[in-house]
Design a protein around this ligand. Sequence first.
Ligand code: DP6
Length: 330
Amino acid sequence: MAATAQAQPNIALIKYWGKRDTTLNLPATGSLSITLDTLWTRTRVEFDKSLRHDELRLNGAEDPATLARVSACLDLLRHRAGSTTCARVDTRNNFPTAAGLASSASGFAALVVAADAALGLALDRRTLSVLARRGSGSAARSLFGGFASMAAGQREDGEDAFAEPLLDAAEWPLAVLIAVTSHSRKSVGSGAGMESSRHTSPFYPAWVSSAATDLAAARDAVRARDFAALAEVSEHNCLKMHAVMQASRPPLVYWSGATVDCLQRIRALREREGVEAFFTVDAGAQVKAVCPPGAVSRVAAALADIPGVERVLTSGLGEGARLVDDGEAV
Ligand code: DP6
């Protein structure tokens, strides 16, 4: 009745920002992401008949704020297993939580993989991706390594809104650098921010109606391993999402001054210095630069030089969520 899983965060190059249904957590748009390797979440789930309610510890401390979301996700798996047994969930991140590094993505991906094994369900990846999506939309993609794309789907029951693998990490081994410009928790979480944009941003309809074109272009670029094409559509999609955010009421401005400086520096590296690199930014102040492994030292040095950049994390692309030895865990 216990199992431990590891999942890594993923970085969306084509963003999910907006829901078509909040109950089933259905995305309004498809998305495309890369899964990291050096940053991870490890989660041990143990179902225990002596418990009267679910328990959650994050990095060793109780986390009552997230417990309801975790319990709701576990309920979906318990329902499939015909079980009502409560669980003890112990989870650890080796990176800062809630600072735009998508800890909910790796968190819910690890949770469903561990709970599936602990309950002996042996569900397939697609089903696990659907269940992870119910916890957090971006988590559906961390079930897969390398490059994954996520369909918005059309069905009302959401069974066609899952992620699928596009390329393995080894098939196009890009690197990701994360310029950490702030360690503070973001003021408005993704879920609430998306709902605000959906209801108040005048740019939201254009965002949704142009998403499929961006996704198709990015999928083609990934399949062709065309770095320049992927850079162009990724930066466009990222800035378009931030335009939607910033035009929301009240405005959602996730950037710090250093965020903007990083964007300008990465563009200069590519356009003036011939370094293959592009940026993306999520609902936080951190900037992620994507580049071939050979460009990592140039890009890392350029980002580290920018005032306000506290540190630069580097990662390759990694595997999807998977079980690990219980002892290895948390
Ligand atoms: C900006 O997956 O955190 O990182 O489904 O409400 O949990 P919920 O949202 P979440 O949103 C991620 C938003 C994003 C873009 C992306 O990862 O696609």
